[in-house]
Design a binder for this molecule. Structure first.
Ligand code: SAM
Length: 234
């Protein structure tokens, strides 16, 4: 199975030095392309140009629905890398204030349209998850559904510091990512050790649980093996 990245407007081209250039303005709006974008040669936004992306299942991830039903979300909520907003909208429908951020403007436009159509109040903004301190806001619960696993090692430490800048002390971070445990794994499988290395060895975070779960995709009948990590900020 090939994890397709879309093509179309704002198409990025690889220059001789391996940097990304663009034939219709800067699709990276001044930020450094992520390792995933450098690998695919396309900005994240391109994934949303030709119909739903592989991860865009048109409903919230069951793991997030379950967490929400168990009361896992409290206070102000941030969805980092929210895509077209299904998880953020589900949490917002419970009456919590939710901000979804993403670098893909096309995904954000779809998320805002869904919020309008469904009459759900949620905020969606373009922001780099590697520079969340620029938001100047703090959140009691942060969710990451499918973003952590797209970052390489160097980006992960920057991401963890970025998350620390917006997570309240005592706040909770949930990371749902592809795991390396089982068959038919998704792209970028992550090990328990990867998660522990990213958070446990860093001051101010404590990994409370890393449980086996599933991530539903458009290409897996019963989802792909995943970890649901619960991480506390202290
Ligand atoms: C695998 S998709 C998951 C989307 C969504 N959470 C979901 O479950 O449908 C990863 C998302 O992270 C976004 N993303 C990637 N790098 C980002 C960054 N540095 N800052 C913010 N969003 C980013 C992508 O545009 C994409 O929408």
């Amino acid at each position: 199975m090939r994890w397709r990245a879309g093509r179309g407007k704002g198409r990025a081209l690889q220059d001789r030095s391996g940097g990304l250039i663009d034939d219709a303005g800067d699709p990276f709006t001044g930020r450094r392309p992520t390792s995933h974008e450098r690998l695919t040669g396309l900005p994240w936004d391109a994934s949303y140009h030709e119909g739903p992306a592989p991860w865009d299942i048109g409903r919230p991830q069951p793991a997030m629905v379950r967490l929400a039903a168990e009361g896992g979300f409290t206070g102000a909520v941030l969805d980092a890398g929210c895509g077209t907003g299904e998880n953020a909208l589900h949490v917002a429908s419970l009456g919590l204030p939710v901000l979804g951020v993403d670098v893909a403007e096309t995904a954000l436009a779809i998320a805002r349209a869904k919020a309008g159509d469904r009459g759900v109040e949620a905020e969606f903004a373009e922001a780099d998850a590697l520079r969340l301190e620029r938001l100047g806001r703090r959140f009691d619960t942060v969710l990451d559904c499918g973003l952590f696993h797209t970052f390489d090692g160097g980006e992960r430490s920057a991401y963890v510091a970025s998350l620390a800048s917006v997570t309240e002390h005592g706040g909770t971070l949930y990371v749902l990512c592809f795991s390396d445990d089982g068959s038919d794994t998704g792209p970028h499988p992550v090990s328990r050790e990867d998660l522990r290395a990213a958070f446990d060895l860093v001051d101010g975070w404590r990994v409370v649980a890393i449980e086996p779960d599933r991530i539903q995709t458009r290409y897996h009948d019963d989802g792909a093996p995943a970890w649901l990590a619960t991480i506390k900020r202290h």
